[in-house]
Ligand binder design. Structure first.
Ligand SMILES: Cc1cc2nc3c(=O)[nH]c(=O)nc-3n(C[C@H](O)[C@H](O)[C@H](O)COP(=O)(O)O)c2cc1C
Ligand code: SF4
Length: 440
């Protein structure tokens, strides 16, 4: 595949540098066209959401009702709390104005006059950087009332930052809206969907930070340009955050469809000590893990990963080498989802706790083969039976890790039980207790 080399531009976060590199020309171009034209171009570009579900951005915008007097809103999702996902903060740090411009174009397309940028509360540094960019844009007439004068239209838009308070669940779109409204961050039952009943009951669109940052170049360079990058069914570049056992962890912007092995070995520098890879989670901790011996030919785009038995998620690639204890990894991941469950529905609230108990039992050497089947059964009973997708986020790692690495889980259960028997026999012999009394 042909590689696209993107120029590194120093200080692009500064307004003057962004302007010198063609910044805020896409919004001018967009304002000279109709909102429907913009939606049409984004649809044709094939831009799909970068927040997890890879849903068509243009199609989502087209769901916003046209004939209503109600105010309309855009929510920009920068909650970024999924373990293994750390790419949106690169946008806040290195290219905040492109995100602002993308958000303004989106507001114009969906007829919104207010946008809320929801940023993970722990991102103190990035909140400050983003606020500075917003302030500069306001001062220079790129956001707010002054837009009317600058562009000679009656469109203007305000953009506010809303800080999260440390809850992963507030990244879920309906929970995010409750949080902005000042309510407890409980996900809402859908339908109704946000385009009908969103913020304060009004039509709302929610998109991820990276998704919207792709919009200005689509308007400036044309949808055909964007559609020609990477895999046709999931085009464009993606921000891949690579972490775990690699020599050069970081965020790499590459065309969709880049080989997973290419990213790990050529970009992220391979595995320390040239160890073998045991497991890779390709899209953030909630996505089904892949076996290290099944990575050959796997491409990083939504369709290819689905065919490989996983999902693109947020493109957070977590690499684990041959020495990794996957039982411990799974217990840690499950602890996260147990802790972050909002507790609203029973299968998620109870099931995450049961899975954690079972995994801790295995880690402590007290598990059995039956526990592995029980784990899969609990995961299956969570999946599809909850209000929001945190249920799947908790169930998938358990279900697929235990199924795909059954050999390793079985070995741990056996080894630990055998070791325990040995130890018991040893201590009983030394106290001269009859061996026949042993129960395991
Ligand atoms: C538990 C949970 C957490 C989520 N966290 C995020 C997040 O931090 N950022 C994000 O963009 N989407 C997150 N999502 C997905 C959002 O609900 C929503 O689909 C997304 O923001 C839509 O944007 P997109 O269409 O541009 O991808 C989360 C979903 C769930 C179920
Ligand atoms: S699935 Fe979990 S996080 Fe989502 S609403 Fe139900 S209890 Fe809350």
């Amino acid at each position: 595949m042909e590689k696209i080399v993107l120029p590194e531009i120093e200080n692009l976060h500064q307004l003057d540098v962004y302007l010198n590199n063609g910044g805020y020309t896409a919004i001018r171009k967009a304002l000279s066209q109709s909102p429907d034209d913009i939606i049409d171009q984004v649809k044709k570009s094939g831009l799909r959401g970068r927040g997890g579900a890879a849903f068509s951005a243009g199609l989502k915008w087209s769901f916003m009702p046209k004939s209503t007097d109600k105010p309309k809103y855009l929510c920009i999702n920068g909650d970024e709390s999924e373990p293994g996902s750390f790419k949106d903060r690169q946008v806040f740090e290195f290219n905040p104005h492109q995100l602002i411009e993308g958000a303004l174009i989106t507001c114009y397309a969906i007829n919104a006059r207010k946008a809320y940028l929801y940023i993970r509360g722990e991102y103190h540094k990035w909140i400050k950087l983003m606020q500075k960019a917003i302030d500069d844009a306001y001062e220079n007439g790129f956001i707010g009332e002054k837009m009317k004068e600058k562009y000679g239209t009656d469109f203007s838009c305000d953009l506010y930052i809303h800080k999260g308070a440390g809850a992963y669940i507030c990244g879920e779109e309906s929970s995010l809206m409750n949080s902005i409204e000042g309510k407890r961050g409980y996900p809402r039952v859908k339908p109704p969907f946000p385009a009908q009943n969103g913020l304060w009951g009004n039509p709302t669109t929610i998109n991820n930070v990276e998704t919207l940052t792709n919009v200005p170049p689509i308007i400036n360079k044309g949808w055909e340009w964007f559609a020609s990058i990477g895999e046709p069914k999931h085009p464009g570049t993606l921000l891949f955050g690579v972490s775990g056992h690699v020599n050069k962890p970081g965020v790499y912007e590459l065309p969709s469809g880049t080989l997973l092995t290419d990213i790990i070995y050529n970009y992220a520098g391979g595995v320390p000590g040239n160890k073998k890879i045991k497991c890779v989670i390709p899209g953030g901790s909630s996505m089904p893990p892949l076996r290290g011996d099944a990575l050959e030919g796997v491409k990083m785009d939504a369709e290819s990963l689905r065919a490989a038995g996983s999902a693109i998620g947020t493109g957070g690639i977590m690499v684990m080498d041959e020495d990794t204890d996957l039982v411990k990894v799974l217990a840690r991941i499950t602890k996260f989802y147990y802790h972050e469950s909002c507790g609203q529905c029973t299968p998620c609230r109870e099931g995450t706790g049961w899975m954690l108990k079972l995994l801790n039992r295995i880690v402590d050497g007290k598990g059995s083969s039956k526990d592995l089947d029980l784990l899969i059964s609990v995961a299956n009973n969570i999946e599809g039976n909850t209000v929001c997708a945190l249920g799947e986020a908790a169930a998938w790692p358990v279900k697929f890790m235990v199924t795909r690495f059954r050999d390793e889980f079985e070995a741990q259960v056996r080894e630990k039980v055998e070791l325990e028997v040995k130890n018991k026999v040893h201590s009983m012999r030394s106290t001269e207790t009859p061996i026949t009394n042993i129960t395991v």
